[in-house]
Each structure stands twice: as C-alpha cells, then as structure tokens.
Design a binder for this molecule. Structure first.
Ligand SMILES: C[S@@+](CC[C@H](N)C(=O)[O-])C[C@H]1O[C@@H](n2cnc3c(N)ncnc32)[C@H](O)[C@@H]1O
Length: 208
C-alpha cells in the first residue's frame, strides 16, 4: 500500500500551471501566510526547514524572519519557480533548495523552526506519525513547529487538514502553544521545549 501521494501526481499538476494553487496571487493565501507568521513565538530564527515549499511564496516570507531556510519539494518545476522567486527577492543565497520528500531523512540542520504548510495531508496517518516522531526528535531544544492546512475535504488526499493536525499534535515531544481555526484553515504552533507563553518568556507582569 502506498504511504503518500506519488510525486507524479504533483509533476502533472505543475505541468499545466506554474502556480496551480495561485499561491502568489490569492488574498486567501496572503492572509493565511500572515496568520502563520504572526503565530510564530520568536521574532527571529536561525534555520527553518520547510518541506513542500512549492514556488517559494511562503519561503520568501520566512527568509525575512530566518537567517537561513532549507526548503524541499518533490516537484522539480516548483523548485525552479522557487529559485526564480527567491533570486528576484534578493534572498536566494540564504535559502537552500533541493528535491526531496518530507518523509525522507531531513537535512542535518539543526533546525529551530519547522514549517508544515499544506504538506502533511499528502501522507497516510501512520506514515506521517512515524516520520514526525523520527524527525522532530532531531529539532533543536526549544524549536517551534508551525502547521497550516486547508480544512475542506479533498478527495485525492489521504488525510483531511484536521486529521493531519491531530497526528501532528500527537507527536511525542511537541507542546501546543496556540491555534487559529476558521472554516477554511487551521494553523497551530508547538514547541519542543517547556511550552511557556511569549509573555511569560519576556517576563510580562502577570504572565505565568
Ligand atoms: C499546496 S502546495 C503548498 C506550498 C506551501 N507550503 C504553502 O503553504 O504555500 C503543496 C506542495 O507540496 C509538495 N509536496 C507534495 N507531496 C510532498 C512530499 N511528500 N514531500 C515534499 N513536498 C511535497 C507539492 O509538490 C506542492 O508543491
């Protein structure tokens, strides 16, 4: 039995369209990126890992918050688009791009931020759980994980967005920090540390 949607599924999608989800033009996506980035507890990160980067729309924004971003995708066409976008944005030298699947061994990092944006639901639940248990254990202590997924059903996908988030939230070592959810999207943030709030970390009076 296959454990994830095949790479050819995505190659075919990109063969007909450079930006099949209209990531670079839709207000829905810009707003979702705004929510995702606003939920990150830290102002800056040293090294983020973003599997399923597509044409680099979120990657470009992550590069503004991170010293370095390592981003992978299974589709060569998407990676070509990401390379062009990041060159135009002037941050290509701070982003490592390569062709890989989220279920392969992750690059060495070490990563203090993991971004799972619209990619977890391409894996079967058991497989996703195994990958996250194996790889999240290698994240930095006090790393953050942010996940964002579409909530409406998509017949081809092994998991719904909500089901993918249940698997992510059950990953050993992750502590939930916050969640945004509307009818379209769920965005959640976790840490691999003590789960203290942003205000508590900054000693804002009254925060525990
Ligand atoms: C909907 S796009 C998401 C793009 C971006 N993460 C965002 O949120 O805007 C999904 C991307 O995931 C890629 N993808 C699908 N399965 C993958 C896998 N197993 N590993 C890595 N990337 C994958 C697809 O090729 C596609 O570019």
């Amino acid at each position: 039995m296959s454990t994830r949607l095949p790479d050819t599924y995505f190659d075919e999608i990109y063969a007909g369209d450079d930006d099949p989800w209209q990531l670079s033009t839709r207000w829905y996506e810009q707003r979702k990126y705004g929510i995702t980035l606003a939920m990150l507890p830290n102002p800056r990160y040293r090294h983020a890992f973003e599997p399923g980067c597509s044409i680099g729309t979120l990657t470009e924004l992550l590069a503004q918050r991170c010293d370095h971003v390592t981003a992978v995708d299974v589709a060569e066409a998407a990676l070509r688009g990401a390379g062009m976008r990041l060159r135009q944005a002037g941050c290509r030298d701070r982003v490592t791009l390569s062709r890989a699947s989220v279920d392969a061994a992750w690059p060495a990092g070490p990563f203090d931020l993991l971004v799972l944006s619209e990619v977890a639901y391409y894996l079967e639940a058991d497989h996703l759980a195994q990958v996250l248990e194996r790889e999240c254990a290698r994240l930095q202590p006090d790393a953050n994980v942010v996940a964002a997924h579409w909530r409406h059903p998509v017949a081809d996908y092994p998991l719904s967005g909500d089901a993918a988030h249940e698997v992510i939230a059950a990953t050993p070592g992750l502590t939930a920090l916050g969640r945004y959810r509307d009818r379209d999207v769920v965005v959640e943030v976790f840490d691999t540390g003590d789960g203290r709030s942003v205000a508590a970390r900054e000693d804002v009076p009254g925060a525990r």
